[in-house]
Design a protein around this ligand. Structure first.
Ligand code: ZN
Length: 311
């Protein structure tokens, strides 16, 4: 059982600054899903004018009725785990730092550091291909009740509170009317190169969703006793104070989880949690929702292929 002294927190932040490979797998593993021949190149999708009037109409319809708050969905109307697992997965991308590579960035770190122009190209590809961003309440309603989603739904998530998510990602997404989920580790709030509380609040006020990513990024599998309070309960409360909204979604540091974590998260108000590219849990698919890391090495075409093959 660890009590996290301040120097550990400082070390965690420093380590995260040096090497943001805080997640373990930049993988594109597919969950037994058949990588179909549908490797429609992003370029041709763009040329075909995928942002058609039809797509826009679909979005308008899906946006017309805001997604219900998960608490308003009665337990009796929530589908069982097998039904949830059987629904087609919505692609979810995970980003960390958005900045140009530096000489000291390791080969491995570059999976987690997407150069600015590359990021802009990736997001433009999504827009040109007709993807519509959705938020966790929409995903939750879809998974639990089969609620409709816009055409070509996708969810964009940003982990670790890096400042460039505010200064670079936010204006890029704004250009396309995209919204995203920001999983914040609260220890880093206000530190150099990380977002401030005011910036997190602004993201929330602008219609993005703030999720919890623990206090200082310790591995959930190692928590005991008071760790649940330090890593989940208090940071969640902090984020609720900052945003004035309930915090309902959680991303596991490093994508690592164990079955013991799920009741602990539920007890503290979480309704769903996000892993990385590994398989979902058959018993608790809502607490093991898959994401893939959009690598800094990926061209828009590679990203598109990964989306199609991984979900
Ligand atoms: Zn992280």
């Amino acid at each position: 059982m660890f009590r996290t002294p301040l120097y550990v927190a400082a070390a965690a932040v420093a380590a995260s600054t040096l090497f943001t490979a805080c997640e373990t797998k930049p993988a594109t593993a597919s969950e037994g899903g058949s990588p179909t021949a549908e490797t429609v190149a992003a370029d041709s999708a763009a040329k075909a004018g995928a942002m058609s009037g039809t797509a826009a109409t679909a979005t308008d319809e899906a946006n017309a009725a805001p997604a219900p708050d998960p608490s308003s969905i009665s337990a009796g109307s929530i589908a069982d785990a097998a039904t949830i697992t059987a629904r087609p997965q919505v692609p979810i991308l995970c980003y960390h730092q958005i900045r140009d590579w530096r000489a000291k960035d390791s080969k491995g770190a570059k999976d987690y550091i997407v150069p600015e122009q590359k990021f802009k190209d990736q997001i433009k590809m999504l827009a040109d291909s007709g993807y519509h961003t959705i938020l966790p309440d929409q995903l939750y309603a879809y998974l639990t009740t089969g609620a409709k989603l816009p055409s070509k739904p996708i969810m964009l998530t940003f982990d670790d509170t890096d400042l460039d998510q505010f200064t670079v990602a936010r204006p890029t997404l704004d250009k396309y009317g995209y919204k995203a989920v920001y999983f914040v580790m609260t220890v880093s709030l206000g530190r150099p190169n990380y977002m401030s509380k005011a910036q997190v609040k602004q993201l929330s006020d602008e219609g993005n969703v703030i999720g919890s990513h623990t206090w200082d990024h310790h591995n959930v599998k190692k928590y005991q006793g008071q760790d649940w309070v330090t890593q989940i309960e208090k940071p969640t409360k902090t984020l609720e104070e900052i945003t004035g909204k309930d915090i309902k979604y959680f991303a596991y540091p490093f994508g690592l989880w164990n079955p013991e974590a799920i009741p602990q998260l539920k007890q503290r108000g979480m309704v769903a949690a996000f892993v990385l590219a590994e398989k979902r849990d058959q018993q608790d698919p809502l607490f093991t929702i898959r994401r893939i890391i959009a690598s800094g090495y990926w061209t828009p075409r590679t990203l598109h292929n990964s989306i199609v093959q991984s979900f």
